[in-house]
Design a protein around this ligand. Sequence first.
Ligand code: UDP
Length: 344
Amino acid sequence: MKILILGVNGFIGHHLVNRILAEKPDWQVFGMDLGTERIGAALHNPRFNFLEGDISINKEWIEYHIKKCDVIMPLVAIATPKAYVEDPIGVYHLDFEMNVNIVKQCVKYHKRVVFPSTSEVYGACVDPEFDEDESYLVVGPIRKERWIYSCCKQLLDRVIYAYGTRGSLEFTLFRPFNWIGPRLDSLDTAKEGSSRVVTQFIAELLLKRPINLVDGGRQKRCFTYVDDGISALMKILENNGNVCANQIINIGNPENECSVKELAAVLKKLFQEHPDHQQDSVYSDIIEISADVYYGKGYQDIYTRKPRIEKARTLLGWEPKIGLEESLRLTLNSFLEENQAAAL
Ligand code: UDP
């Protein structure tokens, strides 16, 4: 099978290409990205063909490879809440406009698309567990610009679904729920305060800056270890018995639910237990901050986000295996290893 991954140096992309190359000797991957810092040794693998470049510029390369490949994964997107409020037009342009063009080419050349939707599409849904085919997708007012990402992804989901139900496109939409793991975000991103919460907190611990609990940290997330997420994606790509055709599938770990406040406490404990930091003279304080001050007026939080994963269980025979503390420990250890020198 030939797979095209746009955004292959991203968090999901680089973990996926490494798993494919390790486990699927007869699969070939074609990838594009702006950078290469996460991809590592895969770059030298003869079954991986990489172009360093921008998807808004290298349109001919993309069209040629859509024609050539069997499955297309357009993973290029801005996916950090700080960016939704600071640059909503940039988010719309990249996440929606660039990607809808790729989807249209998949329609034109009759290619299967495996597309990253997001748990963010459920927004402020009040269901105790979010169901792919039943839950309402709930967003706030326009002045709360945070919702632009959710809306872009929702509209893409709807466009892809409409092509699919009319027989013009074979698709699988997957919805990651707060995946974490090695190389999630860089230290530089965290220095600007625009990392996702787990890497932001680990970076604060390393930099000896306060950990900020936005609005007290009572919001909850279900953190999913990336290796579990990638296992589900591999099954979606394999698509045995064509079970994933035109399906939307949550990929998350409902057992790993925790509040942001609990998260801060666990990460601080893990950091204090880490052999390189047991003897530190000071540790970050955990403080509270209002959302307006931390993110700006365009932000609005999401208080619960728990997936129902019956579809992933039944269609894929998949079950997440890695518990919360282990997922956090692995992510923290790897972040410290990657950034120890840079922090000094
Ligand atoms: N958050 C926080 N402090 C930070 C960064 C994030 O309290 O320094 C909160 C944020 O308000 C949100 C949650 O952590 O409720 C998760 O944020 P993240 O950026 O990981 O993305 P989300 O899960 O909202 O997509």
